[in-house]
Design a protein around this ligand. Structure first.
Ligand code: ADP
Ligand code: MG
Length: 319
């Protein structure tokens, strides 16, 4: 087994609201592993259980069942917490602090000596692009600037593992790209990054592995490539064949048939025998130009998983 940054086994969490006497099964047996040095995307719609999982990993709430280790240490672990950088969802910072003060405060909590704190804060403020705004109070910051300030303070302890809860939420496309680039640069430094998001395009480009959580259960787990290659929607084929040739034998199995000059293209269904179809095309005098499987996109897969979960309502699954 590879070196694991996070190992979560059968985690469950049931919230009990004291007055409504209602139970919310926020996590129903969640199991996954995050390898060291990876970027791991934890994806799910609102209410899926992402923040609950992350708060459990940070030792902020106790799970109802199951276990977890962070950097090889069983939770809850103070020692592990010192090696983790954490950006909470919608972080709240003291309005009147500057980003330098915010970083300094985080550094103090980790017991970092003053000289090191200063140096690191300067580096991080530069790195997240807040140098010009470093003198301003955080209350003057935009949402994107606050998120970057939050990232800077999360990195003050030079963590081995960085946990970010919806780090791109509320950011414009440029802000999202900046956060993505920062995550990539953390991996380049050999760090592990675990982040949650409800937006799939955030994970497709940069993650080594993705887990999709819906209603407290993991529905998929794998590399982005694996997840999309599991579902072949059909195969696009294109051949060149004489305009006069009768192609009904080739086209009756497929759809989206297009014929233009000597080019014939169509989509064969997912269960088609491609070899047999190619043989038929050759026999008819056709030349194969292109055979391309069409995969479900990660977005399609995600939406399908959310729909599947809706179709199978489960008790206590409150959103
Ligand atoms: N403190 C709490 N008390 C009761 N229910 C909660 C609490 N926190 C979260 N929940 C519920 O648990 C479920 C999962 O929430 P959460 O982990 O915040 O999801 P996500 O971060 O994926 O949006 C939701 O149904 C939410 O309403
Ligand atoms: Mg959340």
């Amino acid at each position: 087994m590879a070196d694991l940054a996070i190992d979560v086994r059968d985690l469950t969490k049931t919230y009990r609201t004291p007055f409504a006497r209602r139970k919310v099964e926020a996590l129903r047996g969640v199991t996954f592993q995050v390898e060291k040095g990876h970027i791991f995307g934890f994806v799910g719609p609102n209410g899926a259980g992402k923040t609950t999982t992350i708060r459990t990993l940070m030792g902020l709430i106790r799970p109802t069942g199951g276990s977890a280790t962070i950097l090889g240490k069983q939770l809850p672990s103070r020692a592990a917490r010192f090696q983790v950088g954490f950006l909470p969802e919608a972080p709240y910072f003291y309005d009147y602090l500057t980003v330098a003060e915010l970083c300094d405060l985080a550094g103090r909590l980790f017991g970092i000596p003053a000289a090191v704190r200063k140096k690191r804060a300067d580096e991080l403020i530069e790195r997240v692009g807040l140098s010009r705004a470093r003198g301003q109070a955080l209350k003057k910051y935009s949402k994107g600037m606050l998120q970057r300030a939050g990232l800077a303070q999360a990195l003050m302890n030079d963590p081995e593992l960085v946990v970010l809860d919806e780090p791109m939420s509320g950011l414009d496309p440029i802000g999202r790209k900046e956060v993505r680039d920062l995550i990539l640069s953390l991996r380049d430094q050999g760090k592990t990054v675990f982040f949650s998001t409800h937006i799939l395009s955030d994970v497709e480009a940069i993650t080594d592995r993705v887990a999709i959580i819906v209603k407290g259960e993991l529905r998929e787990h794998g590399t982005p490539g694996e997840l999309v290659s599991r579902t072949v929607l059909g195969t696009d084929v294109m051949i060149r064949i004489a305009e006069a040739a009768d192609v009904t034998a080739l086209t009756d199995a497929g759809d989206r048939v297009r014929r233009k000059g000597d080019a014939l293209s169509l989509t064969l269904p997912a269960n088609a025998d491609i070899d047999a179809w190619i043989a038929k095309a050759h026999a008819a005098g056709g030349k194969i130009v292109q055979v391309t499987p069409r995969h479900e996109t990660l977005e399609d897969l995600f939406l399908r998983k959310v729909e599947d979960a809706k179709a199978s309502p489960s008790p206590g699954g409150d959103t």
